[in-house]
Write a protein that binds this ligand. Structure first.
Ligand SMILES: C[S@@+](CC[C@H](N)C(=O)[O-])C[C@H]1O[C@@H](n2cnc3c(N)ncnc32)[C@H](O)[C@@H]1O
Length: 404
């Protein structure tokens, strides 16, 4: 692969990391001891831990089957079909045209995965994980979309050697182009496809932002990489006093225009087609938002976007960055960190962006000039974490002197 990827900065070794190394080496020796497995299963105090670890490893091995069970249920439209309407194997076999003896394997698998559950009289209904699948079309669309990544990764070593040969790289027209491609009909179709997917999948992220940040003090919000304008549409209802600016590539903003018109928001929203690779960001907003934008791009581009956002804001203005972020190092192996693996591979297949930790993004925001950079706590960080930075109202020291 000709492209070189950004590496996260490594921290210099300290006494603490040396002690941690020694402890981890000792743990590894204990785990590798031939008698430990049987001993720990025989001990009621440790049995749960060994069982849990074994289940987890089995889960890793079998994970591809789990996601294909999910995909099969989506393609057969089982979640919507069973929502409020449990059905028997026979009825489902008729509906799906799959032989009952085979379909029951799928249904049994979906039950143990929590997607479906058994109901009375031999019927199947939605399980706890099936309910959100029925209610949020965006999740089903992402499951279908992830099939591209699944295909790209069929030979994982070939994928690592050349990640951009597959369908995911092809799907994202801007991810490999310094200058976004001219909008030929084929390219236009790609912009429409990804913008629809983004709008469908943005709902959870928007909820995280709206329920975590107070927009009251702002006057005008510019959403950079605004897509079809779903975030702006929902924020417009949430905070009716706000005016808006949307910045995105021209074909995407053409879609946003239709969407905003349909919602009666044309008067409150100005469209600014352009590329943050080549154009400055327009001024006039006192809050700039970057929602699921930075992780698509390499460090140099992200730094450039942050700098342009800083330049476009007035003194006292605010930048809000919201996207999935990596777990910091100490949490590796923790259940919450498992989603990172998905994003690492997704972003590699897509282009030269990467998943960053909040600390990395905060350092980049400070580098661009933002002060009071902080994390906004939110309820469901798996959808997005949120960072804020302010453009200081203080004059630079030497300029302050000349004013006095
Ligand atoms: C992953 S999508 C996120 C869209 C939306 N913010 C969301 O969360 O659903 C990234 C957005 O950045 C836009 N984008 C990519 N490259 C761009 C560029 N050079 N200039 C302006 N916008 C760009 C894309 O068109 C797309 O709408």
């Amino acid at each position: 692969m000709s492209q070189s990827f950004d590496l996260p900065a490594s921290t210099p070794p300290s006494l603490l990391t040396a002690l941690k190394d020694a402890w981890q080496a000792q743990l590894e020796r204990w785990y590798a001891h031939p008698g430990l497995y049987r001993w720990s299963l025989g001990n009621p105090l440790t049995r749960w831990l060994t069982r849990r670890r074994t289940r987890k490893l089995f889960g890793l091995m079998a994970g591809f089957v789990h996601s294909q069970v999910l995909l099969a249920c989506v393609r057969l439209d089982l979640f919507r079909a069973l929502h409020h309407a449990p059905a028997t194997l026979t009825a489902l076999a008729q509906r799906t045209q799959i032989a009952p003896s085979v379909l029951q394997r799928l249904l049994a698998s979906a039950v143990v995965l929590g997607l479906l559950e058994h109901r009375s009289q031999g019927r199947y209904g939605l399980g706890p994980l099936g309910v959100p699948m029925a209610q949020h079309q965006g999740i089903a669309q992402m499951v279908e979309h992830n099939h591209l990544l699944y295909q790209d990764m069929q030979d994982p070593l070939q994928f690592l050697a050349d990640a951009w040969q597959g369908g995911m790289a092809e799907y994202w027209p801007y991810a490999h182009a310094q200058t976004p491609p001219a909008p030929s009909p084929v390219e236009l179709d790609k912009f429409t496809r990804y913008s629809e997917l983004m709008a469908a999948s943005q709902g959870f992220v928007v909820q995280e932002i709206l329920s975590s940040y107070f927009f009251h003090e702002h006057r005008c919000v510019m959403d950079v990489g605004a897509g079809r304008g779903r975030f702006v549409s929902e924020l417009a209802v949430h905070a009716p006093h706000l005016q808006f600016k949307l910045f995105d590539l021209p074909p995407v903003l053409a879609l946003a225009r239709e969407n905003l018109q349909a919602q009666g928001l044309s008067e409150r929203a100005q469209l600014h087609p352009g590329s943050f690779l080549n154009d400055p960001l327009p001024t006039g907003a006192d809050l700039i938002t970057l929602v699921r934008v930075a992780h698509d791009h390499p460090d140099a581009v992200v730094q450039q976007i942050l700098q342009k956002a800083f330049d476009a804001l007035p003194a006292g203005g605010t930048l809000l960055v919201a996207e999935p972020m990596a777990q910091p190092e100490p949490l590796s192996g923790h259940d919450d960190a498992e989603v990172d693996a998905y994003f690492h591979f997704y972003l590699l297949a897509m282009g030269d962006g990467r998943l960053r930790t909040p600390q990395e993004l905060m350092a980049m925001m400070k580098e661009a000039g933002f002060t009071m950079v902080e994390r906004v706590p939110n309820a469901m960080p798996i959808h997005a974490q949120i960072l804020l930075g302010r453009k200081s109202k203080c004059l630079p020291l030497d300029l302050g002197k000349s004013v006095n």
